[in-house]
Design a protein around this ligand. Sequence first.
Ligand code: BES
Ligand code: MN
Ligand code: ZN
Length: 477
Amino acid sequence: MRWNQVDQQAHVEVLVVGISGNQPVEERIRSLYPDRLDEWVRRGDISTKQGELRLLPTLTGTVERVLFVGLGKAEGLTTDSLRRLLGKAAQFLKARKLAKVTVDATTFPNQPVELIAEAFGLATYDVKHYKTSTHATYELDLTIWSDAGEQDVVRGAALAEATNLARRLVTMPGNLLTAPALADEARFIAERYGHELQILEKEEMEALGMGALLAVNQGSTIPPKLIVLEYKGAGDEAPIAVVGKGVTFDTGGYSIKPKDGIVGMKGDMGGAAAVLGLFEALGQLKPNVNVLGVIPATDNMISGDAFKPDDVITSMAGKTIEILNTDAEGRLVLADAVTYAKEYKPKMIIDLATLTGGVLVALGTEITGALTNDAALYERFEAVTQETNEMIWQMPYVDQFIKQVRRSDVADLNNSPGRMGHMIFGGAFVGEFVGDTPWLHLDIAGTSEQKAASELGPKGATGVMVRSLYRFVEQEK
Ligand code: BES
Ligand code: MN
Ligand code: ZN
């Protein structure tokens, strides 16, 4: 993606302009249609209604066509409706195979350069597939005209790319994106940007006593990996720890999922994908913060070696856990990952996980469920999600639930107190390993994938929370 000063001489294949009901069209655009434009707008041939798109050739040489994007009343546009309008325009051009696109940012409210780059990058994402038939891929070549600096384009483009990286990983099947393959993906990112990377192997996990993560891996022939990434942009300040569930396929284990519930469980590493997306954005944008990323990666399989209900395991923190349900595996891998993250004395911990079906029942597919032990941290993160439109909603992290997580005749904790309110049990279990560190738990089981396409991307993986995480850590400096 490129940024340019408005260049009246440049040859443009398609120029995207905003057109609103209550603001005159700029002379520069009007001059492309001598005498006629106002009339066409008046007649509605070019509509100023919000979301209407009109693609017209021009009568002059330098700009070949214009895509008019109806803005409605410009003041009435929220950031998100503008983002969606831009995404809709991007998809309209993509459908017509128009890849060399220039957007005149000066015709949109407040010259939203970052938003334009972000929306175009998100909206034109192609789902990776394994079909043997070839098909033309769409390579967007975007130029943005603006009086503002280039920095905003770079940010918008980077955040879209980082989100798309997460989407790609979530879409990959479990046989191809195994725990070792996920570790390789982390290695690519680390090598590209110079992040510090450590991959803890099974033997090291054994030495550290990570009995919870190891229990989940016990039935698998594929070794687990604990992926540890460090981004250092702020000297020796305490890092923000971001921990992402990396279950590369979740069968449920002996508490096996029904045949319909198992399909799609390749996406059970959405939290891990968000962490890797964050490190992609950190690598590209280099803010002055320290971030620690921890990803417990394994699949959850069945075999003669697999863990099973009634087993009692010992976590790295030393807490013993009675297994009541092997399908409540996410909280187990997170327990050891959070304990490991705490060794770095982080100033806060954010964990992300496709953790419970309960969050889907409670909040649906557009709102991420949250728990926290720190109201101020929640508020700061929530403010960021208003900008990115990745909505979160806080559930009660209260004694009634914590008590039930601690109820067991044989161990310190149990991993599945019951179905009623189980999104909260999942988070509260992780909370047992967090201690006093400010903590935010994000259950993205409902938001990590969507059943239908939107203006900002195809159906399937959303890359949810990559943009919010980046903006959040950047502002915490
Ligand atoms: N990975 C699932 C949660 C999930 C469900 C993610 C649907 C995406 C879509 C998780 O490991 C799980 O199986 N959770 C159980 C918890 C229960 C056993 C307490 C669930 O939600 O039923
Ligand atoms: Mn499960
Ligand atoms: Zn799971």
